[in-house]
Design a binder for this molecule. Structure first.
Ligand SMILES: Nc1ncnc2c1ncn2[C@@H]1O[C@H](COP(=O)(O)OP(=O)(O)OP(=O)(O)O)[C@@H](O)[C@H]1O
Length: 282
């Protein structure tokens, strides 16, 4: 673990007794959390535990049903432009013909009609960003012709274009091979080290980021837990969260979780509906 979080500065994200519901269904509640500048927070949990809902709340797209959330000291919807959002590998249809440099430029001047920002400075900034994410070589190649890993580099470039205070990454490693996973996570880690950008990283798979993570928010059917990976990713802690025996072992520095139900959360009074899978996912 390599903490660069700045304890002495104000949190960039702050939740107090926060809850999020869809109609009568509460996805999570009682959530207290401060994320500091430079902190790397991994958000983990099984399908349906509320990870995407957490992302939506931070982006100001879904209001809390209870409690408070501030981002950079203001309501989340007023802070969205300070968040760089790195999505999952998305279907490309609408973007396939765009070049890498177009996507990054949209990050700077917005995907909008009307007068653009002055071309020269914008072009230089696009070049700088493409270089910082190692995408210069394919800056003019249509996205549809890039590999998944190359595209994710470009998307990180797009997310960094506005010089965000927070990088919000929603499963950015899905369908990437190990080398590209490593390249993408190193880019993100380098950014938080150089700029103190906080990273909120939603993932099903903790191992590719285990060495960078300061704290984990683990969302589960039976509640949630916040702490360091060593505190949260234990048999005792996950067994309590899932309400069933879950075994966590470390194998050559990797976390292996066995016995965690990984189906959409069954209501607590019907625990038998969740079915069990074994695997290396945390
Ligand atoms: N717009 C919505 N209306 C009603 N229910 C919703 C809505 N969006 C999500 N849910 C429900 O809220 C719960 C949490 O969903 P969410 O997508 O946040 O989970 P998740 O942890 O991101 O899951 P996954 O890992 O499968 O992406 C699920 O039971 C889901 O069906």
């Amino acid at each position: 673990m390599t903490p660069v979080a700045r304890q002495d500065t104000a949190p960039v994200v702050s939740l107090r007794d926060a809850a999020l519901s869809y109609d009568a269904r509460t996805v999570w509640s009682g959530l207290d959390l401060d994320v500091r500048p430079g902190e790397f927070l991994a958000v983990l949990g099984p399908n349906g535990a509320g990870k995407t809902s957490f992302v939506r709340a931070l982006l100001g797209r879904r209001p809390l049903s209870d409690g408070t959330l501030t981002v950079l000291g203001r309501p989340a919807r007023d802070a969205a432009r300070h968040i760089g959002y790195v999505p999952q590998q998305a279907a490309l249809s609408a973007q396939a013909m765009l070049r890498a440099r177009d996507l990054v430029r949209f990050g700077i001047d917005g995907h909008r009609f009307g007068p653009r920002l002055r071309t020269g400075p914008v072009r230089r900034r696009v070049d700088e960003i493409l270089e910082s994410v190692g995408a210069t070589a394919y800056a003019d190649v249509p996205l549809g012709m890039l590999s998944g890993g190359e595209r994710q580099r470009v998307r990180i470039g797009q997310a960094l274009a506005t010089d965000p205070r927070i990088l919000l990454c929603d499963e950015p490693l899905l369908s990437l091979d190990l080398n590209h996973q490593r390249a993408v996570t190193e880019l993100i880690d380098a950014r938080r080290r150089s700029h103190g950008t906080a990273v909120v990283f939603v993932t099903h798979e903790i191992n590719p980021v285990l060495g960078m993570v300061d704290r984990v928010l683990y969302l589960a059917p039976g509640g949630h837990r916040v702490g360091t990976p060593d505190e949260v990713l234990t048999s005792e802690s996950l067994s309590r969260l899932y309400g069933t025996q879950v075994d966590v072992v470390r194998v050559r520095g990797r976390v292996v979780v066995a016995g965690a139900p990984d189906e959409p959360a069954a209501p607590p009074h019907h625990p038998g509906q969740a079915h069990e899978t074994d695997g290396a996912r945390a």
